[in-house]
Structure formats: C-alpha cells, structure tokens
Design a binder for this molecule. Structure first.
Ligand code: G3P
Length: 214
C-alpha cells in the first residue's frame, strides 16, 4: 500500500519525505487554510519536495470552473493530481480533464456507488473518507471493503485512496483490505513508527553493549 501524507505543511512534508516512506501528498482547502504562506508558492514547493502524486483541490462548483482550475493546477507540474468533489458537475469535470490527459482524485466519497461513478467517469483515484463515516456512527472501513470488491469484480483500475485516516488501526485495516493508498496526517504517520517494546529493547541492547569488550 502506498502512503501519502495528508497535509500542506512544508516542514512535515520535508521531514516525512526524509524517512523514505512517502509516495505522495494530498491537500484540501482546510489543510491549505492552516498554512500562513501564499498557496501557489506552497503548492510549487510541495511539488518539488515530493517524487510522487500531489493532490491539489479545485473550489469551483460548476464543470467549466472546475476544468479551468484543474488546468491551472495541472500546469504546476507533472505530478499534480486534480482533486474534484463527488458531484454531478464533478463527474463531468473528471471526464473532461481525463480527455486532456489530466489526472484526477475524486474526493468526499462516502459510499461505494459514488466510487463506482467516479471510476466510470475516469478518476485515477477515489477518496472515501473513513474517519468522517466513523464520526457519524458508520463503519468507514466497510466502504473501503465494498469498493475493493466492486473494483475487483470489474477489473477497474481506479486506485482506492483511503482518506480521513485518524489512527494506526485505520492504516492497518486499509492495508489488510487492499486499499491502494492511505493518506494520513503526520501525527498518524509518527504513531506507526513507535512501539514501547522497540524502545525498551533498544535501551537494553545499548546497556548490554557497554559490557562487551571491544
Ligand atoms: O484529505 C481529505 C481527508 O483526509 C480529510 O480528513 O480528518 O479532515 O476528515 P479529515
């Protein structure tokens, strides 16, 4: 499973990329709003830092507006993926952008029928929001499982990008089901590294090494 970082924060991206485990980045307007700099400058820096797809989201609601924004975003770099909301206008925009050779990630997906439609329109990625489904008492991971089954049934190539990941169990379950990508905040990525027995074991090895004659 590929690991994407869900952030527009350059420091977090630089640090996580240095670990050698980051395959791409996803951003959204909320994440962009948390940063103080100019969005276009930040987007350009992210695109240079990351050797992999970077999702940048449109904010227009009509197909023409989405396509125009999508073209502008795609012109920033070869690794741009245009994030499009799951609406009827969004589906039309996905089709139009595909015809122009621009990759898309359909966001705000909350069930498998939406994912199927996005795939049929030509999306490269679909982003089901796991955590937000859990927030309203549904099992977000069930949606990943259903989409995986449907895409396998019809040999659909669209990648399943598990989004709104809140904790390590989400990551493990997404990987177990076979999601193509999980995008997560830096806080969750850091949690994946640590285990108290790893830290305890390392401290003991270092202590015992002092007794070894070298
Ligand atoms: O990038 C979309 C998604 O990952 C947002 O997550 O935590 O705001 O539900 P969250």
């Amino acid at each position: 499973m590929k690991i994407f970082l869900d952030t527009a924060n350059l420091k977090e991206i630089e640090e996580a990329v240095s670990w050698g485990v980051i395959d791409g980045i996803t951003t959204n307007p909320t994440l962009a709003s948390k940063e103080t700099g100019n969005f276009w400058e930040i987007a350009n820096k992210i695109l240079k830092l990351v050797n992999g797809p970077v999702s940048l989201e449109v904010t227009a609601l009509d197909v023409n507006g989405m396509v125009e924004e999508g073209k502008k975003l795609a012109a920033l770099g070869d690794n741009v993926v245009v994030k499009i909301p799951m609406t009827i206008e969004g589906l039309k925009a996905v089709r139009r952008l595909k015809e122009m050779g621009i990759r898309t990630n359909v966001t705000l997906v909350f069930n498998s029928n939406q994912a199927l439609l996005a795939a049929k329109a030509g999306a490269d990625y679909v982003s089901p929001f796991i955590g937000r489904l859990d927030d309203v008492g549904e099992h977000g991971m069930d949606v990943i499982r259903d989409i995986k089954r449907i895409f396998q049934n019809y040999s659909i190539k669209t990648e399943i990008l598990a989004a709104s990941i809140r904790h390590p169990i989400h990551v493990k379950e997404a990987a177990t089901i076979g999601a193509d990508v999980a995008t997560m905040p830096f806080s969750v990525l850091k949690m994946l590294v640590h285990h108290p027995k790893t830290e305890e074991g390392l401290a003991k090895f270092l202590e015992d090494w002092k007794k070894v004659k070298i």
